[in-house]
Design a protein around this ligand. Structure first.
Ligand SMILES: C[S@@+](CC[C@H](N)C(=O)[O-])C[C@H]1O[C@@H](n2cnc3c(N)ncnc32)[C@H](O)[C@@H]1O
Length: 211
């Protein structure tokens, strides 16, 4: 639940950022045990260039504290959209923080905004949008790739932000964003190979005063 609100201590199930250096960070799901290839539950040991970390040792530690690895040390940081962008599993090309800042600024996205996005991709932009619009706003994010949709849904649930986002599988160039969103969006953002094919559909969902 660690993306939903800031908190002091690490709980089981959080996603924490292991910071070795500015160029070496890892997002870790804080689970004491994981399944191996034979489907057996084993101790979750995360390997880094400075040695191993027993993930269960993170539970109860303060975010920001220094943790020992078998051949060195690291800091364990609270997750933010910026750190997630730097550590997320890449399923696609992603949008990075400097561009995300400009997008949010130019679209005037704020707490309470209803935002429509396509494609979801790796969820880099989505995480930043979610922090900005919650708790009253909502993100509708569309991708035509079913596995990416599934993984994004799982990540939003693991990160405690699922209630603020609806992930749908759809080819938005062909089928648009759906009747139910007509005239509802404050902002639409398209990160697609052929965005011009979805512009008419975007115009359908945008509110009269929207961007
Ligand atoms: C570059 S990625 C988006 C990356 C995302 N903005 C991020 O920051 O992680 C483009 C995504 O658009 C999806 N896509 C491409 N054409 C599409 C279409 N016609 N309808 C819906 N999704 C589409 C792809 O499957 C891919 O996941």
């Amino acid at each position: 639940m660690s993306f939903a609100n800031f908190k002091d201590n690490i709980d089981e199930g959080d996603t924490a950022i292991l910071y070795l250096s500015a160029n070496s960070m890892h997002a870790i799901e804080v689970r004491p045990k994981i399944k191996n290839k034979k489907d057996e539950l084993i101790e979750n040991v995360f390997q880094t260039t400075y040695g191993a970390l027993k993930v269960r040792d993170l539970i109860g530690k303060k975010y920001g504290s220094k943790v020992e690895l078998s051949r060195g040390w690291a800091y364990v940081l609270h997750p933010t959209p910026e750190l997630w962008t730097l550590t997320l599993p890449h399923r696609t090309q992603i949008i990075y923080t400097p561009d995300i800042s400009l997008i949010i600024f130019q679209l005037e996205i704020r707490p309470g905004s209803v935002v429509v996005e396509s494609g979801t991709g790796s969820g880099s932009l989505s995480h930043a949008l979610l922090r900005c619009i919650k708790p009253q706003g909502h993100l509708y994010t569309f991708d035509f790739h079913s596995h990416r949709v599934l993984l994004a849904q799982e990540e939003f649930a693991n990160h405690g932000v699922a209630e603020f986002v609806t992930v749908a599988q759809r080819d938005v160039c062909e089928f648009g964003f759906g009747e139910e969103l007509k005239g509802k969006a404050d902002a639409v953002f398209l990160d697609l190979p052929h965005p011009w094919k979805a512009v008419e559909h975007a115009a359908d969902v945008i509110r009269e005063s929207g961007e």
